[in-house]
Design a protein around this ligand. Structure first.
Ligand SMILES: [Zn+2]
Length: 243
């Protein structure tokens, strides 16, 4: 059994083919999904898991790196279909996942609506409506920086704020693998900070990238872009220089 299985979930919203890379971590007792796609993506995730010979019905936990709609969009559907599955998020992000605080992405969209040019007003409103339609889910386990769990060979929580304040990445020490969520992305083959326009605090995001230099990492799995494994310390330092 592979402890780490990267899913390729392909989709097209009308502006070209795109792929997200949720990750399955598994051992004899646990099957943990890290991030779960946009709304209505459960079937696609199940199919992507099946293609990699993963029996998704064994799912025990979902870790949400942050409350963006492409990372928690199908969380409610998963909880509905698999009620025993435990939802994990950072203590800072949990109130947004649960809907007790208003989505930071929606707040950002509302604030920027008034400065959008006239031709983008409609798209801005549509984006807000998508964000408002995301179903919230109670978080079962809240985590913080350096929390360690023995599941799937051992997983460590790394707080990587910037994209959002409660953003977490997952470090798998035994495999020297980092699951970065949106702390990092791959753009044109290069490791970068994910979508700067959606990064709520760029200075903090850069700090988080530098923090990752403290971890022995041979492979980074980015939700947007997939796997990266060329000279990671140099790639991380390079990000600091270009942003
Ligand atoms: Zn994302």
């Amino acid at each position: 059994m592979d402890n780490i299985v990267v899913l390729n979930v392909d989709f097209n919203f009308g502006y070209g083919e795109s792929t997200i890379y949720p990750v399955i971590l598994q051992d004899e007792n646990e099957m943990i999904l890290v991030d779960c796609g946009y709304a209505d993506f459960l079937l696609m995730i199940e199919e992507a898991a099946c293609k990699k010979h993963v029996d998704f019905s064994k799912l025990t936990k979902v870790i949400v790196t942050h409350h963006d709609y492409d990372h928690m969009g199908s969380l409610a559907a998963i909880k509905q279909k698999y009620p025993h599955v435990q939802i994990i998020a950072s203590a800072k992000d949990a109130p947004y996942v649960a809907g007790r605080l208003k989505s930071l992405r929606l707040q950002q969209a509302e604030q920027t609506q008034s400065i959008l040019p006239p031709e983008e007003q409609e798209a801005g409103k549509a984006f807000q409506n998508i964000l408002k339609s995301i179903e919230n889910v109670e978080v079962d386990i809240t985590v913080k920086d350096e929390d360690y769990f023995p599941w799937c060979g051992g997983i460590e929580i790394v707080e990587t704020p910037g994209h959002m304040p409660g953003h977490i990445s997952i470090y798998l020490k035994k495999f020297k693998v980092l699951i970065s969520g949106d702390a990092l992305a791959i753009e044109n083959g290069n490791l970068e900070i994910a979508a700067p326009q959606f990064t709520l605090d760029m200075a903090e995001a850069k700090e988080s990238v530098l923090k990752l230099l403290n971890y022995d990492i041979q492979k980074i799995i980015c939700y947007h872009g997939g796997e990266y494994q060329d000279n990671i310390p140099a790639a991380l330092r390079n990000i600091e220089n270009i942003f």
